[in-house]
Design a protein around this ligand. Structure first.
Ligand SMILES: Cc1ncc(COP(=O)(O)O)c(C=O)c1O
Length: 403
C-alpha cells in the first residue's frame, strides 16, 4: 500500500498531527501534585466548548455510550417516564438502553430521514399536566442517517408547556462540530465522545451536566438507580481538585488539551462554519450523482457532519464501500441497520479540508461507477470543487466588496 489509507467515516475522525504528537509521551503519574491543575483547566475549557458557564463537565474513560449510561443512572429513577424518538441506529440504541435500565419509555417512531418531531413532543408535553414525564431525550445528530434536529426548538416547546422535564441531548456527532449551545438551549445532560469533533482516538466519554441536572442528582440522595463506575457523586468528590476516582486515560487527556486549544483558538463559530462549508461541498456532489440521494429528507434535516447517501436502484452500497476500501484505499461509512446495502456515508467532521473531501468524493464516485451506478465520472468532484472555489475566504471577500 502506498500513501495513506483515507478515513472518511463519521468517527473516529482524523487526528491532527499536533494532537497525535501531544499524546506521544512517557506515562505519567495521575496523582502528581501538578496533575490536578492540568485537569482543572481542561474541564473548564471543555465547558467553553459546550458553551456553558454553570454546571459541570465529566470525562469518563469510556466511549460515548458510557456517558449516555451515566446521564441516565445519575438523574433518574427506575420506572421514571421519559419521552424519546427513534429515527436511526443511534437513537434506536439509546431507547434500548433506557428500557434496559428500567425507564418507562414513551417512544415516537419517525421515518429514517427525519429527526426529532418537535411538534409531537410539544403536544405530549402540553398534555402532560401532571408532569409525569421526567425527561425528554433528543439525538441532535443521528449519525446513521445524517440528520440534524432542532434542539433550540425542543427547549422552546418545553418552555411553552411550562414543563420541568430534564432535556437530554446526544451530541456525540455534533458537539465540537456544529452549533451546540448547552446553556442557551437549556440542555441538562449532553453526551459526546472524544473520537468525533474532538479529533481524538475513542476512549473518552464526555458529559455536560447543567445545574438543574446536578440538583436532580442530589435529590436522588443515594437512592435511584444502582451506579458505581459512572457515579456523579464519586466523580465530583475527586474532580474538584482535578483528580479522578480511577485511573484516567492520561494520554487522551494530553491530546484533548491540544484539541481544545485548536477548537477554542479558532472559535466555535468558526468551527461550525467550517463544517457547514465542507458539508455543502459533499451535498453538491451528491446532487450531481444521478440516482443518488441523501437519506435526510430535505434541507431542514441535513447534517453538516455526515451525509448518508442512497445508492441508485440496482446498486449494492456494500459493494461501493468495499470497492472504495480495497481499490482506492478509502474508508466510507457503512449503511447501518435497515440502510445496509442501500446507503453509504461520508463523514465530514473533524480535521478535514476541501481537498481531502474532494478525494473522498472522487473515491466514492469511482466505486459507484465500478458498482454499476450510471453517474458521470467527475460530476460530483466538479460540483464540490465549484462550491469550495466559490467559498474560499478570498472569493467571499471579493464578492462582498463587489456587492
Ligand atoms: C449519535 C451517536 N450516539 C451515540 C454513539 C455511541 O458512541 P460510542 O460509539 O462512542 O459509544 C454514536 C457513535 O457513533 C453516535 O454517532
Amino acid at each position: 500500500m502506498n500513501g495513506n489509507q483515507h478515513l472518511f467515516i463519521p468517527g473516529p475522525t482524523n487526528v491532527p498531527e499536533p494532537v497525535r504528537q501531544a499524546m506521544n509521551l512517557p506515562m505519567e503519574d495521575m496523582r502528581a501534585p501538578d496533575f490536578g491543575d492540568f485537569v482543572t483547566g481542561l474541564l473548564s475549557d471543555l465547558k467553553r466548548a459546550y458553551r456553558m458557564e454553570g454546571g459541570r463537565v465529566f470525562v469518563f474513560p469510556s466511549s460515548g455510550t458510557g456517558a449516555w449510561e451515566s446521564a441516565i443512572q445519575n438523574t433518574l429513577r427506575p420506572g421514571d417516564k421519559v419521552l424519546m424518538s427513534r429515527f436511526g441506529q443511534f437513537s434506536l440504541l439509546w431507547v434500548d438502553m433506557a428500557e434496559r435500565l428500567g425507564l418507562d419509555v414513551e417512544v415516537i417512531d419517525v421515518d429514517w430521514g427525519k429527526g426529532v418531531p418537535v411538534a409531537e413532543y410539544a403536544a405530549r408535553l402540553e398534555a402532560d399536566k401532571g408532569h409525569e414525564i421526567k425527561a425528554v431525550f433528543a439525538t441532535q445528530n443521528e449519525t446513521a442517517t445524517g440528520v440534524t434536529s432542532d434542539i433550540a426548538g425542543l427547549r422552546a416547546a418545553l418552555d411553552a408547556a411550562g414543563h420541568p422535564a430534564l432535556l437530554f441531548v446526544d451530541g456525540v456527532s455534533s458537539i465540537a462540530s456544529i452549533e451546540f449551545e448547552m446553556e442557551k438551549w437549556g440542555v441538562d445532560l449532553a453526551v459526546s465522545g472524544s473520537q468525533k469533533g474532538f479529533m481524538l482516538p475513542a476512549g473518552l466519554g464526555i458529559l455536560g451536566v447543567s445545574d438543574k441536572a446536578l440538583a436532580a442528582n442530589k435529590a436522588l440522595a443515594g437512592d435511584g438507580m444502582a451506579r458505581c463506575y459512572f457515579s456523579f457523586e464519586d466523580m465530583i468528590k475527586l474532580n474538584d481538585t482535578g483528580y479522578f476516582p480511577y485511573t484516567p486515560a492520561t494520554q487522551l487527556l494530553r491530546g484533548l488539551r491540544v484539541s481544545l486549544d485548536m477548537l477554542l483558538g479558532a472559535g466555535m463559530e468558526t468551527v461550525w462554519a467550517r463544517h457547514r462549508r465542507l458539508a455543502e461541498g459533499v451535498r453538491a456532489a451528491v446532487a450531481a450523482w444521478e440516482g443518488c440521494e441523501l437519506v435526510a429528507q430535505g434541507p431542514g434535516w441535513q447534517s453538516d457532519t455526515v451525509s448518508a447517501i442512497y445508492v441508485p436502484d440496482g446498486v449494492d452500497a456494500r459493494e461501493v464501500i468495499s470497492g472504495a476500501y480495497y481499490k482506492y484505499q478509502t474508508s466510507l461509512g457503512t449503511g447501518l441497520n435497515k440502510l445496509a446495502g442501500r446507503a453509504f456515508r461520508i463523514g465530514h467532521l473533524g480535521s478535514l479540508n476541501p481537498v481531502m473531501l474532494c478525494g473522498a468524493i472522487s473515491a466514492a464516485e469511482m466505486a459507484l461507477v465500478d458498482a454499476g451506478a450510471q453517474i458521470t465520472p467527475g460530476a460530483g468532484v466538479a460540483a464540490a470543487q465549484a462550491h469550495y472555489r466559490d467559498t474560499t475566504p478570498s472569493t467571499l471577500a471579493a464578492s462582498a466588496r463587489a456587492a
